[in-house]
Design a protein around this ligand. Sequence first.
Ligand code: IVH
Length: 671
Amino acid sequence: MDLQAAENRVSQLHQLLNQYNYEYYVLDKPSVSDAEYDQLLKELANLEEQFPQLKTVDSPTQRVGGEALSMFAKVEHRSPMLSLANAFNESDLRDFDRRVQQTVGENYSYICELKIDGLAVSLHYENGLFIQGATRGDGAVGEDISANLKTIRSIPLRLKDPITLEVRGEAFMPKKSFEALNQKKEENGEEPFANPRNAAAGSLRQLDPKIAASRNLDIFLYALAGIENSQITSHSEGLSYLETLGLKVNQERRKCANIEAVLDFINEWTNKRPTLPYEIDGIVIKVDSLEQQKLLGTTAKSPRWAIAYKFPAEEVVTTLKEIELSVGRTGVVTPTAILEPVRVAGTTVQRASLHNEDLIREKDIRIGDQVVVIKAGDIIPEVLKVLVENRSGEEQEFHMPDHCPECASELVRLDGEVALRCINPKCPAQIREGLIHFVSRDAMNIEGLGEKVVSQLFQAELIQDVADIYHLNYDQLIGLERMGEKSVTNLLKAIEASKENSLDKLLFGLGVRHVGAKAAKTLAIQFETMDALAAASKEQLTNINEIGEKMADSIVTFFEQEEAQELLTELKTAGVNMEYRGPKPISPEENDSIFSGKTIVLTGKLEQLTRNEAKERIEALGGNVSESVSKKTHLVIAGEDAGSKLAKAQQFGIEVWTEEKLLEELKRLEV
Ligand code: IVH
């Protein structure tokens, strides 16, 4: 084939493949088989190999390309990516409607859209060509995730018109892809994602676009930003225009003449929500006329012409089949409800902690009951209540046993505690749970050593205490269930790497009573080495701000035990680091006292940092991160969708920062 013929064929293939891709991913109406599509794509790839000059950036072969990045570049948004104010009930919606009416008069209508539970992204097209895609970030500056967005097949690499514009929408992971991904993660012994939103965000924040490509993400566009001299006068016209360009817009939108029609739409989708192939967390209500939108304007954070109605936590009914007891690493015996598996807020739930006997009595939970289950904070399954009216009379009351379900020693209730405890230090359950704790993410973080593997190793008597982990070898591990050559090699590497962890990780991992991750960090920073800490007196310990009597006693007692000393010697011999390695806090004098000694609350979705990262970095600078806002709070960091905590902060007149501002200050202060 000569160049001219190849050029013609390449152009024809582009057209065909783009059309088929559009039919399949945007319209959901494929007109050719997958095999046919693949064949054409292969033909195109071959031609591009033969005639490299014919390869263009918008070629259908170029969805997954390039090397993994080392970091994402920052992108300044042309116009700010705002967030939405929330409504939680009918009265909030009627208030919103009243405010709209006050500004625009009687003559207005709304567009209702599904609120897709994913993450906001912005796509930039120049002369029809996809140039760049970014996360929302703090609304003003986001991150360039173009390579990852290109892997989303419903995002056209070239629009149907050669136009320059910015569009915004929600990238998300469909329920099916989410389930498949979590199943794979579980099979690999990895932590599954808590919900499709986290999975989508996690996928788009991968530096290697091959990972994003494997995650089957999708997108709905819901806003047109930055288009000049347009004939478009309403939001609904804007959405239809996006469709004509080949962009994917959600079909379930509806024009509503008044707030009553909006309420109907909400009711309808409250019921139909489970039938959708993707997760939604509410309904977005927007004033349709662009002129009226302009009139209403925006606040610093969100437009006054739109509001997000948030669904209440999803409630599902299932049967409580059994109550199982488990013994934790501190000997506390916890009852757990075993449920008939049921889908709630994006995942299948089959267990929910019942915490203690008092709670079981309080809610009058019986075995065989029909119960209402929710996910608290959209993550932790919880039995909300019993449907007493559905009882058959066969249900059985539950009583906590007198003896440990694992080692049969007598259980005790310590003064002032509701929990029952097994106080046998040799209880195998406690030892096993202690091992699981040691390798967990906030402690030594040994990837590949999940609960199942630890339990197997413990059962096989290959590890009895944490030091044994550092003596494991290839032959012992390869014999375990589902441990192939590669997983064993990786695990051994992870174990080796964990020897380099900072003292605080090790200290937390040892599970000294009352010493949580935060206290472990404080102690590690203060004493710098395990030996110095082991030699500390109770007085030296209680002199530290956050260390109380109880913790100090527990620390002193721990280091006095001969067994603990032996264990530490063994860990040291195995080469485990015993020193603090991390940022040293700036002394109060040099710290500009921005964080030092201040109480700081994090709220809303953070996009660039995880909660834990933010917390660790603030604490390293001497700040205290607390959960709830009170008059004593000095500063609130508000991410996207911040709710009542932000409102409270405003009410108390507490300083509020964006995540971006936090990052700026952290960077300035960290050495
Ligand atoms: S409109 C200026 N429409 O919800 C208004 N947002 O809580 C821009 N979202 O940041 C947002 N579905 O990530 C809009 N149909 C929809 C949406 C939607 C999901 C997300 C978006 C936004 C967040 C606000």
